[in-house]
Design a protein around this ligand. Structure first.
Ligand code: NAP
Length: 249
């Protein structure tokens, strides 16, 4: 198994894309800490599924938008797994509104969870990731096509996800010599609770723009993330892998 012996922290691993990533990394041999914010039942179910695969799994609650909570999460993950070799910054939220109606709280929550959370966790995980001197470590940040092209009604989310791309490239340049490879994955429309919350008419309109003519599945993203965490991606850093059925090409 290509990720045997790896120790991964997946933020927002209780549902949707994060759940799929946690399961795929476990299938490939990694032990996993999944983080969640409020839904402990969903998190416990993912832990049970990973344990069925014969891997170690622990669920840790933390709001990644809070620097101190993110620090406690990283410490808890390192203690639970005996180190950290993979970090997937996946936790994210949307609060879609046109700018005229966008309240300060809509802006702050989305930027502080998506972009702030990525900084909060990565900054406090770096020392542990650097301890893997010989084998190196991987970080994958989940951004969005919204951060590449800009989406009306998502000024907060587009800004946060574009920020994650800048953060990915800057940190990849800082840490490549220290064997930490940092990339981003940009999903298009993927079937999860997040897209279930969108009006069907809006989804239908958007699907007309997807050359592959289908909504993406969680597995489309988890396979891309697992590839970036594996041996086949050992010369890839600072990249944004777009997984969107051709939407933004
Ligand atoms: P989702 O189904 O809504 O799941 C979100 C996950 O993030 C849940 O596990 C949730 O935990 C966790 N979370 C939310 N806020 C958090 C916080 N403050 N601290 C810690 N965990 C938190 O979302 P998804 O569709 O899987 O999206 C996952 C990632 O992919 C996000 O970064 C999203 O922006 C990105 N993305 C999604 C799509 C898409 O079409 N779905 C497209 C592009 C990018 P609880 O269960 O405890 O709430």
């Amino acid at each position: 198994m290509e990720l045997a012996g790896q120790k991964a922290l997946v933020t927002g691993g209780s549902r949707g894309i994060g759940r799929g990533i946690a399961l795929e990394l476990a299938r490939r041999g990694a032990d996993i800490v999944i983080n969640y914010n409020s839904n402990s039942t969903a998190a416990d179910e993912v832990v049970a599924e990973i344990e069925k695969l014969g891997r170690k799994a622990v669920a840790l609650q933390a709001d990644v938008s809070d620097f101190a909570a993110a620090g406690a999460l990283v410490k808890g993950a390192v203690d639970a797994l005996g180190g950290l070799t993979i970090l997937v910054n996946n936790a994210g939220v949307t609060r879609d509104k046109l700018l005229m109606a966008m309240k300060e709280d809509d802006w702050t929550t989305v930027v502080q969870t998506n972009l702030g959370g990525t900084y909060n966790v990565t900054q406090q995980a770096i020392r542990s990731l650097l301890r893997n001197r010989d084998t190196g470590a991987r970080v994958v940040n989940i951004t969005s096509v919204s951060g590449l092209v800009g989406v009306p009604g998502q000024a907060n989310y587009s800004a946060a996800k574009a920020g994650i791309i800048g953060f990915t490239k800057a940190t990849a340049k800082e840490l490549a010599k220290r064997q930490i490879l940092i990339n981003a994955v940009a999903p298009g429309f993927i079937q999860t609770d997040m897209t279930d919350a969108m009006p069907q008419a809006m989804l239908d309109e958007m699907l007309k723009m997807v050359p592959c003519a289908r909504i993406g599945e969680v597995d489309d993203i988890s396979q891309a993330v697992a590839f970036l965490c594996g041996p086949g991606a050992s010369y890839i850093t600072g990249q944004v892998l777009v997984v969107d059925g051709g939407l933004t090409m």
